[in-house]
Design a protein around this ligand. Structure first.
Ligand code: P6P
Length: 337
């Protein structure tokens, strides 16, 4: 029987590889794992504890907030606001930066960006949902963290990952030393290392896109989709299987484990795409890169994009490097600049 390694033990092992580490970063990762356990518990109980249904409030995106959205957002904020490890936070559910109480912010060295419950429109249908997070080092010298601390390119990420609340709850993250996956054993209340050194399989199996939007896509994105389906007139290829959950974390995770590409291109209605750069695309781009894959907006790596606003949207192609590079080639060849 393989040795059981809890996420705490794994984080500590990685800390020991960095003599200069003070333990602050490790404790921040512990806090995120605990927040994930708390959200997982409520997600499992949602149908039973009447958490389903609308909270009656509307978030900054103009979307009806599910009660689990609110609960997940509050959990991340409560877990991190008073820890002294964070200088500033930002969330999909909050319009501006989330300041840290004065007495706790100024020695905080990290910045936490998160989408607390992505795919929440699926909650009532009991479909997998997820949390996405990214951690940066602050760039402001001292005092309360700033908006500038939150607007860093993905290349500057110190850590990133996601939690998928599905048939089991998994936490998958990277600190730049590869990607590791942990599965929650609810009987122990522990995340156990089940997927060490996750990498995209060499041969992809899936493509994930909402093809109802195809009529609004560019010619390049349309031709790319024909190629994925093995229907490109110039280049016959083995068709991939179409899988689209409508929950980014679920689609991303299946493609990471089974090989594939998720894409949400820009279209005539959303010229900058739908997904958010800071707390959806960039963290997943870091995970993808560390797993041997690639994330692009169709023309440049997501990790290179300098955000200019907190809720900035971006087109997203993410998954096997070979599939994402082909998307860039189709867009370069068939789309106007
Ligand atoms: P559509 C969920 O709202 C989300 O942000 C992603 O999780 C998901 O992949 C996408 O939007 C679904 O969007 O337009 O296909 O419903």
């Amino acid at each position: 029987m393989d040795r059981l390694i809890t996420i705490e033990r794994h984080i500590l092992n990685q800390e020991h590889e960095h003599p200069e580490a003070t333990g602050v970063f490790s404790n921040l990762l512990y806090d995120i794992a605990l927040a994930a356990k708390i959200i997982a518990r409520e997600t499992r109980r949602a149908g039973l504890s009447q958490l389903l249904g609308m909270a009656g409030t509307v978030n900054v995106q103009g979307e009806q907030q599910m009660k689990l959205d609110t609960f997940a957002n509050e959990t991340f904020i409560r877990m991190n606001a008073g820890s002294g490890r964070i200088a500033v936070m930002a969330s999909e559910e909050s319009s501006g930066i989330i300041p840290i109480p004065e007495e706790r912010c100024c020695d905080g060295r990290y910045v936490l960006l998160f989408d607390p419950l992505d795919g929440s429109s699926n909650i009532d249908a009991n479909v997998s949902v997820g949390t996405i997070f990214g951690i940066y080092r602050r760039i402001s010298e001292s005092g309360p963290g700033t908006l500038e601390d939150c607007l860093q390119p993905g290349r500057a990420l110190a850590a990133a990952g996601y939690v998928i609340y599905s048939t089991s709850t998994m936490l998958v993250y990277t600190t730049g030393q590869g990607v590791d996956g942990f599965t929650l054993d609810p009987t122990l209340g522990e995340f156990l290392l089940t997927h060490p050194n996750l990498r995209f399989p060499a041969t992809p199996a899936y493509y994930s896109a909402n093809q109802a939007n195809e009529q609004f896509w560019s010619a390049g994105a349309q031709r790319y989709t024909r190629w994925l389906q093995g229907m490109d007139p110039d280049e016959p290829s083995k068709p991939l299987a179409a899988r689209y959950v409508g929950s980014l974390v679920a689609d991303f995770h299946r493609n990471l484990v089974g090989g594939g590409v998720y894409y949400y291109p820009a279209d005539t209605r959303n010229p900058r795409g739908k997904l958010r750069l800071a707390y959806e695309a960039a963290p997943l781009a870091f995970v993808a890169q560390q797993a041997g894959g690639l994330a692009s907006d169709g023309r440049q790596p997501i990790l290179d994009i300098q955000p200019d606003s907190l809720h900035q949207r971006t087109p997203l192609f993410v998954g096997n490097r070979s599939l994402v590079e082909r998307a860039e080639q189709f867009i370069q060849r068939y789309d106007r600049d």
